[in-house]
Design a protein around this ligand. Sequence first.
Ligand code: FAD
Ligand code: SF4
Length: 464
Amino acid sequence: MSKPNEKVHMLTQDAQKRKNNFSEVATGLTEELVLQEAERCLNCKNPLCVAGCPVGINIPKFIQLIKEKKYLEAAVVINQDNLLPAICGRVCPQENQCEQACVLNKSGKSIGIGYLERFVADYQRKHSKEETKERPSSKGKKVAIIGSGPSGLTCASELKKMGYGVTIFEAFHKPGGVLVYGIPEFRLPKDIVNYEIDNLRKMGVEIRTNSVIGRLKTIDKLFEEGFDAVYIATGAGHPVFMSVEGEELNYVYSSNEFLTRVNLMEAYKFPEVDTPVVLGKKVAVIGGGNTAMDSARCALRMGTEKVYCIYRRSEKEMPARVEEIEHAKEEGVEFMFLTAPVKYIGDTENNVKKAVCIKMELGELDASGRRRPVPISGSEFEIEVDSVVVAIGTNANPLISETTKDMEVNKWGYIVADEAGRTTKKYVYAGGDIVTGSATVIKAMGAGKETAHVIDEDLEKKDR
Ligand code: FAD
Ligand code: SF4
């Protein structure tokens, strides 16, 4: 039960029930709770929450409209700055953004801005009678977008609204990027992502799936085919391993492969869908970010008996959202903090059977501002595992940079782009994770939106 004048609690499926299904964990607020939450907003003259929002949504204005029960009007206000509010309302780390900045956070009673955004966006999807219309390509110019994650989708929408012909090239067979292949159904139902993608198609954006740029064709080839500009939004989906002995054993997965198989290939519907993932009874997930939480919670739902989450720092340093950590604990994921694997041992058929781990302690601050984990010598111990999911981060995929030699990348392989999204190659732009490294949905969207306007400016100038 929520106390008056405190942030309302999100309604959720019971933990014991939900750990056996892929349906959404958070079931949303009732209208009554939404109104109760909106009433707490002070409608500040200097709204700190807006400064905390990476895309600057007019938060007090949309909350005021909620108070007046004008939900569709509230949605219009959000849409001015955010194309995908039903997605952001669910996955944005509001506790580090708008809600952290909210003036009421000083007393720990910040407004549940994400909950309200989600309610309004869901209401709009269910009740709006407005049909998405086709937008003509009135500018007579075409832009190619590589990658259909939040950055590519947002850039496509903005450019289409401005009158450009827009084609998205996507490597996978389904568009959506991490929103469909990474974040699981129980956190972000795919219907919501598909609804937004359908709207883009209705606007006239062409989406070509199974199109790996760098293999199928190069960026120069896109220009030869008549595109006037290219926006690269390929994310940072290249798996990273720890280089410990035994990582090559069977059933040691990268989190990308594991989550892609479960979410995009729908392994959780096996045998109805013919893409099984073999996990066995005991799974060790390595890492402490959102990807690790998603992997651990997917593993539970795939029917494993025991899921360990092994993280080399303490809980305080975990980069995952607090809500996701809490949900994982409630569902029964067993956390092993200050622990790291040093070796995996297999059986005679090269199937992983044991993880040798070492205990860690926290030392001096490192470059990330967190205390560096230091192994405690002699503290090694073994745990039995049938599979391992390595979720320690990702890198840039080198495919495009290797086939675009005249575009600069940094030493980690991320594309060098200025604040406006311009790369070192003329009329080639980049944004989202492929520039910043793994970040957030809203930041990737923000880059897509801003760069769309820069592309427009540059192409307009080209004609003068
Ligand atoms: P992506 O979403 O990675 O999309 C890139 C797309 O480009 C992909 O579809 C890929 O197939 C395609 N592509 C790649 N190379 C090529 C090529 N050569 N040719 C054609 N297409 C190509 N952020 C949050 O804010 N909240 C969360 O809760 C959250 N949870 C996450 C959970 C997981 C498991 C992961 C992996 C990430 C999570 N993130 C979260 C981070 C967030 O999803 C990313 O920051 C965001 O998706 C980046 O968007 P993007 O458009 O830059 O790239
Ligand atoms: Fe409302 Fe908090 Fe924003 Fe003030 S800072 S307008 S209280 S959400």
